[in-house]
Each structure stands twice: as structure tokens, then as C-alpha cells.
Design a protein around this ligand. Structure first.
Ligand code: GLN
Length: 334
């Protein structure tokens, strides 16, 4: 049979997963709620219509739709990875003396520390993230930044760069973050030069990624820390449970409880409009859409993840038929 005849006979159907994300993209493209972050002047310039969804499975399959090649700064989603590096540098016990693991129920930028321990509540809000980043080892500012960039390279599979205009924009206006750093210095929770710690924190937030990159990073966390595309170990697998636990309980700020209830998978959002979600042993999901709700989470991103979780049965505590008609708790086979 000729190639032409072959093609004529074949009915090429998109995969079910691609159909689901294409439909969600069409459904929410016209949703105009939310406003883009403007407290960092450079972020206010982003186009609010940008919208993409990417899924990368733990065996390296990729499904995506929309502006998935559009670069943006990773912002708070970087906190997840910096936490992993701090754990690798110091171990669980020491890191716990500097940053707790309790949800705050407060906004991402709230200036509160635990009354008793004086620790920031968790590594997913700004105060905790600044304390976490101050733990990253290195002989000087350049070496520390290089270690952070090298860490991102392992998770993503290619070199990454800092958006200098976003970095300098945040550095010159980030007085609230600076105030948190001073408060933590006062309580001995940060012991290095705080301007250097803040610079590294602002730089890690200004690392440029696209939606596909975020999904690969999420898939790496879903795959015991091994990047499913390159096969490289990005983070020691012993810390995956620590990282995913704080994402699950604290990753969506003061929406974390409702997220855990409705969506039911570890996730992290950022004021860039990105949301990264991890379905352990299955896939990484990323959504990018800059307009944010009042809690600082992407409006379209939350809607897409809620529906994806429902349609694919991704909630970690979903009851599913496991074998011989018996029921169990866990993810469905998608
Ligand atoms: N760089 C931002 C800040 O520190 C990150 C905040 C966020 O994404 N929620 O304010």
C-alpha cells in the first residue's frame, strides 16, 4: 500500500488528555476576571491574554495548548525548588529550626513569624522563602546564584537566565520583603548579609521559564526527583515527600485549604500567573495565565486545575475501583 493510501485509511485522533486540555483552554480563553500583579512595576507590563496549559507525564509524554513557549518569570514557584536545595545543603532537622511547615492562612507577603519559635511559618510564603534562600550554600554571591541556576537546569533540562529588568524592578521596590528580612535578622533566623540573601531571592524569582518548562519541573517532582525527559536526578529523592507536603498544605497561600479540598494535589502558584501541580508517579501540570485573584493565584489557572482534577480523577484521596470491583483510595489510571 502506498503512503498516501495509508494516510487516507488512518483516522488520526488526538489523545484524550490533549482533548481535555484543548477544551479547557477554549472554555476559559474568554474569561476576563482578575488583574495582573502590578506591585512589581515590570510585571504590570505582561499581556493578560496569554494563556497556556502543559502536561508532562513521568514517562516523558508532552501535551500542551496555547502560549506554552512564552517566557515569564517564575516568581514564587521558585520557592519549591529553593526549599529542596536548602534541604540538600543542611538536612531536614536543621532547616526545620529556621523555617516551619505550618500554613499561615495569611497572604503570601504577610509579615508574621511564629510567636514562640520566631520562625517564619513555612517556605512557600515570602518570609519563609527568604529564610530558605539564605540557607543556600556557596562561597559568595556568585557561587550561590550559580548553584541556584544549575539546580533549575537539572529540573528543566536546559540553561536558564535571570530577567534583569524584573530582578532590578523588584530589588528597588521590594521594601516589604526587605522589612521581613530585617525582622528575621532581629530574631536570628537569618544570619548572613541580608541584602545578599534578598538579592538571591529576587534573582531566583526572576528566573525565566515557560509553561512547558514548569510542567517538566512538576513532572520531575512527580518522578522521584528524576527529570523524565533527561533522566537526570534534579533533587535527592529523600526530600520529595518534604517538598510535596509543604506544597500540598501551603503552596496556594490562603487558598491552600480549599485547593486541597477541591483539587487535592500538591501545587504552587506565583504572581507571574503560573500554577504548577504535581500528581505523584503520574504527571506534572502547569498553567500560565497572568490575571490573579485577590489571593494572588491565577484565575484561569485555578479553574483549569479544578476541572482537570475532577475530569481525570486526580484528587489524591479520590475513591477509585482498584481490582475485582473493589474500591480503594488513590489516583485513577489516566
Ligand atoms: N517575587 C515575589 C515577591 O517576593 C514573589 C511573590 C509571589 O509570586 N507570590 O513578592
Amino acid at each position: 500500500m502506498s503512503d498516501q493510501a495509508n494516510q487516507g485509511d488512518l483516522e488520526i485522533r488526538p489523545s484524550p488528555l490533549l482533548t481535555v486540555i484543548n477544551d479547557l483552554h477554549s472554555k476559559y480563553k474568554s474569561l476576563k476576571e482578575g488583574i495582573v500583579a502590578n506591585y512589581i512595576p515590570e510585571l504590570a507590563k505582561v499581556n493578560p491574554d496569554l494563556f497556556s496549559i502543559s502536561i508532562v507525564t513521568v514517562d516523558g509524554q508532552v501535551y500542551q495548548v496555547g502560549d506554552y513557549q512564552q517566557l515569564f518569570t517564575i516568581q514564587s514557584i521558585s520557592k519549591v525548588f529553593a526549599y529542596g536545595l536548602a534541604l540538600e545543603d543542611h538536612g531536614r532537622d536543621y532547616v526545620l529550626t529556621r523555617v516551619g511547615v505550618e500554613p499561615t492562612g495569611e497572604a503570601f507577603n504577610s509579615i508574621i513569624l511564629d510567636e514562640q519559635s520566631k520562625r517564619p511559618y513555612n517556605p512557600m510564603v515570602n518570609a519563609g522563602a527568604i529564610a530558605t534562600t539564605s540557607l543556600i550554600k556557596g562561597a559568595g554571591a556568585t557561587e550561590r546564584l550559580n548553584r541556584v541556576l544549575e539546580m533549575f537546569r537539572r529540573y528543566i533540562g536546559h540553561d536558564v537566565f535571570v530577567d534583569i529588568s524584573v530582578f532590578t524592578s523588584e530589588r528597588s521596590t521590594g521594601h516589604r520583603n526587605r522589612a521581613m528580612a530585617h525582622l528575621m535578622l532581629n530574631f536570628g533566623m537569618i544570619d548572613r548579609n541580608i541584602e545578599e540573601a534578598l538579592d538571591l531571592y529576587f534573582q531566583q524569582c526572576a528566573v525565566m521559564v515557560n509553561c512547558h518548562d514548569l510542567a517538566v519541573m512538576a513532572a520531575t517532582l512527580a518522578n522521584r526527583g528524576v527529570n523524565p525527559v533527561t533522566g537526570e536526578q534534579a533533587v535527592n529523592s529523600r526530600y520529595i515527600k518534604d517538598i510535596l507536603s509543604v506544597m500540598y498544605t501551603c503552596g496556594m497561600y490562603n487558598f491552600a485549604g480549599e485547593w486541597a479540598y477541591k483539587v487535592g494535589i500538591p501545587a504552587k502558584s506565583g504572581v507571574c500567573g503560573g500554577i504548577m501541580a504535581v500528581v505523584p508517579n503520574q504527571m506534572g501540570i502547569a498553567v500560565f495565565s497572568p490575571p490573579l485573584d485577590i489571593r494572588g493565584n491565577s484565575v484561569r489557572g485555578v479553574k483549569v486545575c479544578e476541572e482537570l482534577s475532577q475530569q481525570l480523577g486526580l484528587h489524591l484521596f479520590e475513591c477509585v475501583k482498584v481490582e475485582n470491583g473493589k474500591w480503594g483510595v488513590g489516583n485513577c489510571e489516566c
